[in-house]
Design a protein around this ligand. Sequence first.
Ligand code: HEC
Ligand code: HEC
Length: 393
Amino acid sequence: MQKLTYGLFFALLSILLSSCLTDETNKEIVIQDFTSEEYATLSEQLNIDRNIESISTVLPRHMRVNSSGNSSSIDARKALLGRVLFYDKQLSITGETSCASCHLQSAAFADPLAKSMGINGQETKRNSLALASTPSFETSYGSSDNFGTFVGFFWDERAQTIAAQSIETIENEIEMGHDVVALAQQLNDQEMYRILSEKAFGRNNILSSSQIVEALEVFTNSIISGSSRFDRLTDQEFFGENANDEPTWTFQEQTGRSLYLQNCASCHSADMSFPARAIANNGLDVVGDDKGKGEIDGSQFDGMFKVPFLRNIELTAPYMHDGRFATLEEVIDHYSSNIQPHANLSNELRETDGSPKRMNFTDEEKLALVAFLRSVTDDKLPFEERLSDPFKE
Ligand code: HEC
Ligand code: HEC
């Protein structure tokens, strides 16, 4: 009897051991990315895995997507370099700010401050834009809205690509004040970046300024946001699947959703993926001190700003280009009864006689709209490790 128990015990133990060993071996062969020596060097500053896991991003099926379909694979090695750069304060000339100083993961990569803090105590001109308010940059930017206007980056849509945006930001005297070419030289002298840049761009690579912005672009492109209650329920409605057991819309959310489709979707889009209008005046001011797109394109676009994406809007307060509204309730109050007249005020926000529209929502309707907007929050995103700060304190 005892013999049998021992025998069984050893049999089990050897099965257990051998499975551990195969597991280890598989890792060695298949996905181990850094040598022990490299990993030791990286670990002096970084808290990252020795293995770089592949990243593939899948968007909800209901979304309007580009020709490549709704899944794409991200170059995980470039994304890792991009992640380290994104969180590295060396990108600013004073070593004070990283991209993440103004784009916080906990706030869907927006900034809880109305105006962000740049270098030398300077404030940015506008409210930081959430980098997770799009399903993905790749699907949300780079083509035109329903009126043929190009959807670009920044509140005035002045940048066409993240690479262009990144150079502008790194070299902006308020934000980071650095020079990308000098930055590349500075980082090349560092063993950590030598290792990461060789992984991303091949042996003996010398990190260039264009590779820096490329890696930043790959990283920001890897910020995907499509896993909200709104997406699960919409997929269910479109395809009749209920794979995720999401409890269905509450009555309040349903009410909010129809109000949204009636009053908001003509600009912000019905499926929360691509703006129906790239740019508009939504009646914030009779005379504003920021001309928006008018500042770069001439006064014809005075008072016109990007129609922001509303994904994760619950996490990205304060709101509008200057962060003037602290809560979603204040935003709804604006649309309900406070739209200001302006020559460029959008037709969607005017009565038939041309005066500013009065939606006059009841208190119940206001709560319903807020409840609906909260359904577009991707709850996992603030905690996703591959997007988090890799630096040890
Ligand atoms: C000092 C604060 C600050 C820093 C540092 C900063 N940003 Fe921004 N970011 C902003 C602000 C403010 C805006 C909106 C500016 C505007 O529209 O004029 C913005 C806008 C953007 C946008 C446009 C998003 C959209 O949907 O149009 C992207 C992309 C972006 N930042 C990425 C980055 C990256 C990458 C870095 C690091 C290289 C970075 N930011 C560093 C404050 C900052
Ligand atoms: C005519 C187009 C248009 C319509 C219709 C419209 N919006 Fe907007 N919305 C905008 C523009 C443009 C902005 C940015 C304005 C700015 O900051 O100067 C904006 C900003 C917002 C913001 C702030 C986003 C952020 O990231 O700061 C929220 C929230 C919002 N709108 C919700 C709504 C809701 C809810 C409705 C319907 C009741 C609605 N919008 C109707 C054009 C529109």
